[in-house]
Write a protein that binds this ligand. Structure first.
Ligand SMILES: [Zn+2]
Length: 345
């Protein structure tokens, strides 16, 4: 099946996506199973977890968001593969976001499994002493981005949101660029793909022509790249470089953490790069009209759901995505930037 350039291989997954139901648990290749784990109250709907089996070894890649329902979905799928909750040996998260690393702590508690993250993944967003104080700092940051006073609280991280992030587990293992992870009879080659987060990784099976791509490339949507508190100073630049790194592997089957499987990773990466370039041009044009703040720029951009309808998290993401573009244009020497983007805390 052909859409634009990529070939959708997860046809049952795509059909489920269109019907707005959970896709089936599937065997992708010998020892590799995909398991949908619900992501409640989020437009992504679910995370595709990958269970890698090899004799007594069971490694779960991106276990998903920590909810009772998601936990049950994952354990049910494991039970059908004859793996008990105490028999998970390892957990790898492609990045630290709650819909990937979220359930790791609960699974590790019941199994003693090790948890691995990319070498450069730093949950800097949790590097604070006092959640109230950190939230106030973020509110000040939103004011400096020109967010109107009545929407500052909505745009900023709340103390509770910050504390929730702190609940995420720290890794026992780090996976760096070029490392290999031997599991499911394969040698998974780790590739660092910063952008969506500073330490995002993809796992390549070069013998089986397969890649577990996390959120780096998805078949339909373009993953969010944001200027975050204490995060990467130029995430968009790193994301573009990470997209260029994966070019030329179009025969690989891409197993993403959301939506559905496809073939044509290089084609998709180029399409995402084009999309970023187009967006950057739009941001530059709005800046050229004299928009003085991040907020002013953001509200003049086109948003698929409409600027007015962007609720809490979407509003914050829209602002921090705009900020990432402005920073990228500034570091590219194409624009002087706007106030509030000079210092990166
Ligand atoms: Zn995700």
């Amino acid at each position: 099946m052909q859409t634009d350039s990529i070939t959708i291989t997860g046809t049952a997954q795509r059909e489920a996506w269109q019907r707005r139901v959970l896709p089936p648990v599937e065997v992708i290749a010998s020892g590799i199973h995909s398991v949908p784990v619900v992501f409640p109250e989020n437009p992504m709907r679910y995370t595709l977890s990958y269970v890698l089996l090899d004799g007594d070894e069971c490694v779960v890649v991106d276990p998903g968001f920590d909810s009772d329902e998601g936990h049950r979905q994952l354990l049910d799928a494991l039970a059908r593969l004859d793996v008990g909750p105490g028999e998970i040996s390892g957990i790898v998260a492609t990045h630290f976001h709650t819909d990937h690393l979220g359930m790791a702590a609960r699974l590790a508690r019941d199994s003693g499994a090790w948890i691995a993250l990319g070498e450069n993944e730093r949950r800097n967003i949790t590097a604070f002493e006092d959640a109230q104080e950190e939230s106030a700092l973020d509110q000040a940051r939103m004011r400096s981005w020109g967010v109107p006073e009545d929407r500052v609280a909505e745009a900023a991280m709340s103390p509770q949101g910050l504390l929730d992030m702190r609940m995420l587990p720290d890794p026992d293992r780090r996976l760096g660029d070029g490392d290999t992870l031997a599991v499911a009879g394969r040698n998974w080659r780790i590739m660092e793909t910063p952008g969506h987060t500073p330490g995002h990784i993809c796992l390549w099976d070069d013998d089986g022509d397969l890649v577990l791509s996390g959120d780096h490339v998805l078949p339909r949507i373009s993953p969010n790249v944001s200027l975050e508190i204490r995060g990467d100073a130029d995430p968009l630049r790193h994301n573009i470089e990470s997209l260029q790194r994966i070019a030329g592997n179009d025969h690989y089957e891409v197993c993403p953490a959301h939506e559905y499987r496809f073939r044509g990773v290089g084609l998709r990466a180029r399409a995402l790069e084009d999309h970023i370039a187009e967006r950057s041009r739009e941001v530059l044009e709005v800046l050229g009209k004299g928009a003085p703040t991040v907020h002013e720029v953001a509200c003049q951009l086109t948003w698929s759901r409409g600027w007015e309808s962007l609720g809490r998290l979407q509003f914050r993401l829209a602002l921090s995505e705009t900020a990432a573009h402005i920073r990228y244009l500034a570091t590219s020497g194409l624009h002087a930037g706007v106030p509030g983007l000079v210092a990166v805390p």
